[in-house]
Design a protein around this ligand. Structure first.
Ligand SMILES: CC(C)(COP(=O)(O)OP(=O)(O)OC[C@H]1O[C@@H](n2cnc3c(N)ncnc32)[C@H](O)[C@@H]1OP(=O)(O)O)[C@@H](O)C(=O)NCCC(=O)NCCS
Length: 189
């Protein structure tokens, strides 16, 4: 049976399970030019996870997916420069960290942003993604937000379809197509 839990409600020893951080670091693939591959993202991002910005889907004891979100200028990842310098050296690490900060700050204009969504491959097409999207909408509504926004990559029709089927509408195409994403939004009761 599927269970969706806010990361900060997990027992501390459960949240410390590296498998959860691992799952989370599989997201942000579109920023691979800054953050490297999944193993590198794990080293860069998981030293400071804000678990109060992550909903986790569990099938029994196994985490099978997550939805991460941002509001009040806080997303799932703390902005820490040290791991970038350790990974890439002072100059390249500094440049990559600055690029990551810009990408994070750009999203602060959204009052409540669905920042990332991912379901483990074997668990896909069983409704986990939809359940996470709905749980994220319910969480935003419970926090008093009137709408939820997200950005979907132009080359991800599968995710776009999932959002459309879960009450989201497309925003107008942007004049400047960078980053290559399309805005979507949904009003909340
Ligand atoms: C996009 C993603 C999160 C979808 O997750 P998912 O768990 O497969 O999503 P769902 O199962 O809820 O929906 C997927 C499809 O399965 C179908 N489905 C849902 N439950 C089903 C069931 N019990 N039996 C058969 N099919 C089912 C749905 O109809 C849906 O198809 P549709 O969107 O054409 O209607 C997942 O593919 C993923 O992690 N992709 C990589 C990361 C990514 O792209 N993230 C989005 C970034 S914006």
């Amino acid at each position: 049976m599927l269970r969706i839990v806010l990361g900060s409600d997990l027992a501390p020893e459960r949240a410390a399970d590296p498998a959860l951080a691992h799952l989370l670091s599989q997201g942000r693939g579109s920023l691979a030019f800054l953050l490297g591959d999944a193993a590198c993202r794990y080293r860069l991002l998981t030293t400071g996870i804000h678990w109060d910005r992550v909903l986790l889907a569990f099938d029994g004891e196994r985490a099978v997916g997550f939805a991460a979100f941002k509001h009040a200028r806080r997303g799932p990842f703390a902005l820490r420069w040290r791991p970038f310098v350790r990974e890439f050296g002072l100059v390249a690490g500094g440049v990559r960290f600055a690029g990551f900060c810009l990408s994070e700050w750009r999203e602060w204009r959204y009052p409540f942003l669905l920042y990332g969504l991912r379901v483990d491959k074997p668990a896909r097409n069983q409704g986990v993604g939809a359940a996470l999207v709905q749980a994220c909408c319910a969480h935003a509504a419970a926090q008093g937000f009137a709408r939820i926004e997200l950005e979907v990559p132009l080359d991800n029709p599968r995710a776009r379809r999932l959002y459309l089927h879960n009450g989201f509408a497309l925003r107008r195409k942007r004049l400047v197509p960078f980053p290559p994403v399309r805005g979507m939004w949904r009003g909340l009761p």
